[in-house]
Structure formats: structure tokens, C-alpha cells
Design a protein around this ligand. Sequence first.
Ligand SMILES: Cc1ncc(COP(=O)(O)O)c(C=O)c1O
Length: 391
Amino acid sequence: MKSQNSQRLVSPTAQAIDDASMQRHFGGGRDLLALWIAEPYIEVAPPVAKAMRHRADMDWFGYETRPDALGESFWTWMDARHGWSRGDTRTLVSPSVGTSIGTLIEVVTQPGDGVIIQPPVFTDFKPLVTSGGRNAIRNPLGLSGDGYQFDLDGLESKAIDASTTALILCNPHNPVGRVWTAPELTDIARICARHDVFVIADEIHADLTLEPHRFTPFATVATEADVRWAALHGPIKTFGLAGVCDTLVITDSDDLADRFEAVSSRLHLTRNNVFSLAAAHAAYTEAADWVDDLLELTATNAAMLRDRLPAPVRLIDLQGTYLAWLDLRGLGMEVPELATWLAESARLALSPGHWFGREGAGFARMTVAAPTEQIEDAITRLHHAVDGIVA
Ligand SMILES: Cc1ncc(COP(=O)(O)O)c(C=O)c1O
């Protein structure tokens, strides 16, 4: 990674905040190496930090109307990075991706409806579906020698049910690291169009694809398939700004946009964080090099994992996100035993795979957007722990 700043660890304060949740999830301990949260374990891009300091220096933090400029800088970035332009779409602002998913479920489905998820997948999807009185319909990904695939037959058989009204798509897919291709997304779009299933495309990791993989916006396959959709975006994962920034919802439907805004307004979700715009604008307009460096760091660290993990542990091919999906099934441990072994024997705080659905049992997710020395340290810890089993 070129930038010196990007190689620096998160500040002691951030480490202390992390310590509190580390204690809750892993039993704590100063020597636990934390690589479990889906955010870069490095300092934010210098222009972003500078913009927020500048905003802080204004010494005024009252109500601020949410400006349109967030959408403007986002679309300039999207066009330049991914060749996707605004066209006739509407861009809405929402405090978090979770808020957007919850709101969309409320707007496009009815209580008692089924919403399809494709585990192993991001932990929040299932509770977001079920807490609103909808049923989470599981259509697990398939895993073969070629990696993870959609189960299209399974999808068709679930989508055909009249009470199944939405699907949450994750692209790139947290935690398995797939970047879904245009043909794969077209398959999803066509099945959902055939059965009038609304697609909620969570594309929050869109910028985080590794060569030679390219992000395909669901919007670009949706029009031809004639499927209803909304896509979720924003700077939070790319730039490590989940604690500051708002997120975005893109849709081509005026009716959906109006109904989404009505719920946001009813629940007073429209208030602005004064730092959000400053951070997002600096990120999208001044930090492209920092993201290129982040992707280079991610690729370097993933290659190291691929080549140096102790057998039988192996890395599932990482195409996108900075979240490495480690296959530890060869160790032959049950779910609780593996989680304990990772924390107590390897002294690694990773996200155990079963958090992402039962198909994740035997796997673990490791964030690799971290200084390379930390990934080397993690590999060494895994070697010692595996040696300990064999000895
Ligand atoms: C795919 C995906 N969606 C959503 C989120 C969370 O977004 P938010 O914190 O804005 O709800 C994450 C966080 O890791 C994620 O990986």
C-alpha cells in the first residue's frame, strides 16, 4: 500500500471502543487480535479526516437541512468508478443500510409475506425481515469446487409462492466474497420478474472489488428483465465511515421513492448528521487514490492468506469486499468448539461462520483491510493453534 497514513492502525480510542464489544463476544484479553468487524482497520483517508476537522472547527452543530450534494458527489463517483449514471433514477438518503432495508420491507411487503435471503449472508438481514413480522425464506448459496453460486432452482421454487414478495440480494456478497456477474444477476432478475418479487439490492460493498472482478449494478440488468428493485449504497464500507455517514437508496420508481420518503418522514429519519456531508463529499471527490491503495492492500493480504494458511485451513477465493472467508471445516470441530478454539487457542477475534446462517458452520470471516503485519500475525497464530491440535 502506497500511503503511509493508510498503514497506521486505528487510534487508541477506537481500539478501546472495540475492546468493549470484544469483551462481550470473545471474552476479551489484551492479546486478542481483532479482525472481525466489516470495516477497514486503518485510519480514514486524510482528506476525509481533514474535512471533518474543518467542520468541527466551525463550532456549530445545530439542525442542518440535509443537502442534495451527497447525491451529486455519489453519482460523479459511481459514473467514474463503475460507469453507472443517474439516468431517471431517484436518490434518497437514509441513516443506515439497515434502516433502508427495514423501510423497504415495510413499503413493498405485507406482514406475513416471505422475504428471500441467501445464506451464508450478512447477519442483519434475517432479523430485519422477521422483526417486521415477515418470514425469512432461506435459499442458501451452493458451494462447489468452483466456489459459491446462486441456487436458481431453489429460488424459482420459493419465488413462485404468492406470499413471497421480496428478495434481499448482497453484491458483493458478505461474507463469502463473491462479486456476482451480469449473467448471474440477470438470472436473479428474470426469476424475480416472473414471480413479481421485489429485489432489494444491498450493494454497499460495490467499490470493493478485486481485479479482475467488476461490480455490476443490479439496475443495469433490472430494466431489461422488467423487475422492481431498489439499490443500497453509500460511503460507509468503502471509506470506513459507518459511524458518521448517511447511506443512499436508488430506485427507478417514483411511487416507491415517494412511499419510502413518507415512512422516513413519519419516523423522523430525515435529520442530518452535520459531519456526514463533509465526510462523504471529501471521500467521493478526494479519496479515490486511498481506495485504490485499500484495494491493493486487500489483494496483497488475501494472496498471503491463500498461500500461507496452515492446512487444512483455506481461503475461499476473495473476489470482492475486504472480508476473507476461511474454510476451517477440515479441523472437524463443532460450532461452539471452533469459535472457542479461534478465540482461546489462536487468540483471534474473527466472526464465526455460523453467525451468517447454519451454512457458515465450520467457516470464519476475517477482515483483511488491515496492515499486512497484522495479517502475518494472524497467520502465525493460526499455525501455532493448528500445531497445538496435532501435537
Ligand atoms: C452487506 C452489508 N449491508 C449492510 C451493512 C450494515 O450497514 P449499516 O450499518 O449502515 O446498517 C453491512 C455491514 O457490515 C454489510 O456488510
